[in-house]
Design a protein around this ligand. Structure first.
Ligand SMILES: [Zn+2]
Length: 685
């Protein structure tokens, strides 16, 4: 590597060139951050991105004097904090008044005209923004560099969460003005809403369930909790996002409208919500608010209303603020979506790691466009606190929650026949005594069949070893009959074990045997995922498989080696080390190997297999007939192809199914090769 920079002069010259190389890498990474987080149009895969980061990390490690605070490698700082410092807001972060009706919005418009001395027949321009259900923060930039950030707190002072905010890749560590139209001010305070996308929320909760940790009730709580973590390395893994919506304190800026202000923020490299709209009068505002009430469920983040701001900044000055809220802004809140139904039974679930949670079985009811028949009850203390009884009529809600929850009980509808539910003293499966773990109950029996069932189901599931026909019902029977004790036993099943089971003929039995046989050749990432290591989900498994060439090398990795991998922090590293240290685990892995399961990385061999696909980038749009989205993606990946989420000039192929989205237009515009399902199939086979 060094040879590239070497010249015959002194070390000085070499340092300069390495410095240049580092600068260049940083610029490249910032460029790709922008493509990914702002334009939603990545040009390279996550893997390639990680390679850039690793290269930069390597160079900085050998030249620590060249590390600067705004380097993309410096997002995750050193040691965890012991507590947060308090920061006084230079300009208070006031709250916003709420309205719930058109009438109140019209009154707001009238009030503003009256106070500002504007004729009631003249229109006022408003900027209407989605009200993201997240956590408000303030970001302080000096000379374009991000120096600190804080939570809203009580509006006057908040917690210094700079270290956590630095981990959010959407927040530029250095403001940029690519077209140089806008000078970067010496001091600029930016306000924004931190949120967790629904998909991330789901992933986080899945991981937490796997790890036996309590789940977050909704994305907002998850975002707030993540922002208040004392260890930024954990924050970094949760992939928080931000929308910037205003500026606070600033120096050297001239702006006349709120809209200009948002445009400026966008120009500096901050994400501004794309659905923000300038409305010429209050009628248009009302219409836009109503439109989004219907559409908000399409978004990948939670929206609980709209924020309406006067566009003219001169008017902001004239209107001023009350002690609680500015007068030039108001929010229009959406009603939470609720329904009333009967709670028929309370089921008890035992998770993979033994967590025991109650679930409400409901008379099916329509809620926010979907039929709901189950709702979470969180934990047993919650049932007690809300006095929920079997047979009660309950209010279920989906407000800021993806999973519906039971909000309250209609006690006036009680007939006296309702049954009080008692917290179980034993595990519903293995009958061993359960113990309290915070607000949760847990079965600690390592031989608990219910946990074994969950682990085996997970092992065989589509995201893991993908054994077709090996669903929950089959696992249930095989465990109950004693044919399976752990997932390695799958590879020792005999045709005779299967054929005598309920609802299983010779044909199905041989299909299952065939699927089991085929699953022996899954790639390393799937196997790592399937093992069910705490804190290691699908994505982390991919990261690990990228780094290690076999299960053995992963199993022998030390905590330190693991932590050196980008994206792997101490908690995950510890889970992995603990997992492989366990004697029981070692036995199971030996059993898997003896059963013929592949434990080595296969990708390099696959590249040779299909040269038409290998190294090419693919985007999929619309619904395919023969393959689910997951299957199509797996086919591409297994053949050495790369998947990209959106179409760019560098995309090689767009695979088009029924009902394609706007990606098709874009692909045509950019002359990207378009494959219909038939052509895709031909290529992949
Ligand atoms: Zn149990």
């Amino acid at each position: 590597m060094a040879g590239e920079f070497c010249c015959n002069y002194a070390a000085l010259c070499m340092t300069l060139t390495i410095k240049e190389k580092i600068e260049q890498l940083r610029d490249t990474i910032r460029y790709h951050d922008r493509r990914y987080y702002l334009e939603n149009n990545p040009e390279i895969t996550d893997y390639e991105y990680d390679q850039l980061i690793q290269e930069l990390q390597h160079l900085e490690k050998t030249h620590p004097d060249l590390i600067t605070a705004d380097s993309p490698t410096q997002r995750v700082g050193g040691e965890p904090l012991t507590q947060f410092a308090t920061i006084d807001h230079k300009i208070p972060m006031l709250s916003i008044d709420n309205t719930y009706s058109d009438k109140e919005l019209k009154e707001f418009d009238q009030r503003i005209k009256r106070m500002a001395g504007i004729d009631t027949h003249r229109d006022i321009e408003y900027v209407v923004e989605l009200k993201i259900d997240g956590v408000a923060v303030t970001l302080w930039f000096e000379k374009g560099l991000f120096v600190r950030g804080a939570t809203r707190g009580d509006g006057f002072k908040g917690d210094d969460v700079t270290a956590n905010l630095r981990t959010i890749r959407q927040i530029p560590l250095k403001l940029e003005s690519p077209d140089r139209r806008q000078k970067i001010p010496s001091v600029l305070e930016i306000r924004g809403e931190i949120y967790l996308p629904n998909k991330e929320f789901q992933r986080l909760n899945d991981d937490r369930e796997e790890a036996g940790e309590p789940q977050f009730a909704n994305p907002r709580n998850a975002a707030a909790g993540t922002l208040k973590l004392l260890d930024p390395r954990i924050t970094a893994k949760r992939r928080l996002c931000i929308f910037a919506y205003a500026i606070g304190y600033f120096e050297e800026l001239e702006l006349t409208t709120h809209r200009d202000c948002l445009e400026m923020l966008r120009g500096f490299g901050l994400p501004v919500n794309p659905h923000t709209r300038l409305c010429e009068n209050i009628e248009k505002v009302i219409q836009y608010c109503k439109d989004w009430d219907k559409r908000r469920s399409e978004l990948d983040y939670m929206v609980d209303g709209m924020v309406i701001k006067v566009n003219s900044l001169a008017l902001h000055g004239r209107l001023g603020a009350t002690s609680k809220a500015p007068r030039w802004v108001i929010s229009y809140k959406y009603q939470p979506e609720q329904a009333i139904t009967k709670l028929e039974e309370i089921d008890i679930q035992v998770g993979k790691t033994g967590t025991i949670t109650p679930v409400a079985n409901l008379t099916p009811v329509l809620l926010a466009g979907t039929t709901v028949s189950r709702a979470t009850l969180h934990n047993f203390e919650e049932i007690c606190r809300k006095d929920i009884r079997v047979g009660d009529y309950v209010v279920v809600q989906k407000a800021g929650e993806i999973i519906p929850q039971v909000v309250s009980v209609l006690k006036e509808k009680r007939t006296g026949k309702e049954r009080i539910f008692h917290e179980p003293a034993t595990c519903p499966e293995c009958k061993s005594t359960v113990s309290k773990d915070g607000v949760y109950l847990r079965c600690h029996n390592p031989l608990c069949l219910s946990q074994a069932k969950r682990r085996i189901q997970y092992f065989a599931s589509r995201h893991a070893m993908d054994i077709e026909g090996f669903g929950p019902a089959l696992v249930e029977q095989l465990v109950d009959k004693g044919f399976l004790k752990d997932y390695a036993d799958i590879y020792y099943l005999k045709f005779d074990d299967l054929v005598n089971l309920e609802r299983m003929g010779e044909k199905s039995a041989s299909n299952v045997m065939h699927a089991v046989e085929e699953s022996k050749n899954r790639d390393l990432d799937r196997l790592i995922c399937a093992l069910g290591i705490s804190n290691v989900g699908f994505h982390t498994a991919e990261v690990l498989a990228n780094h290690f060439d076999s299960l053995d090398t992963l199993a022998n990795a030390t905590q330190e080696e693991l932590e050196e991998i980008y994206e792997i922090g101490p908690v995950v590293a510890e889970s992995i080390v603990d997992f492989f240290r366990n004697e029981h685990t070692r036995d199971i892995i030996e059993k898997l190997k003896a059963g013929g399961v592949n434990t080595k990385k296969l990708v390099s061999q696959k590249f040779v297999k299909n040269p038409k696909v290998a190294g090419k980038s693919f985007v999929i749009t619309g619904t395919l007939q023969k393959y689910s989205r997951d299957e199509a993606e797996a086919l591409i990946k297994n053949s050495g192809g790369r998947l990209i989420s959106s179409v760019s000039k560098k995309t090689d192929y767009l695979v088009v199914g029924e009902d394609p989205g706007s990606k098709l237009d874009k692909a045509r515009e950019l002359n990207v090769h378009i494959l219909d399902e038939e052509a895709f199939e031909k290529m992949i086979k």
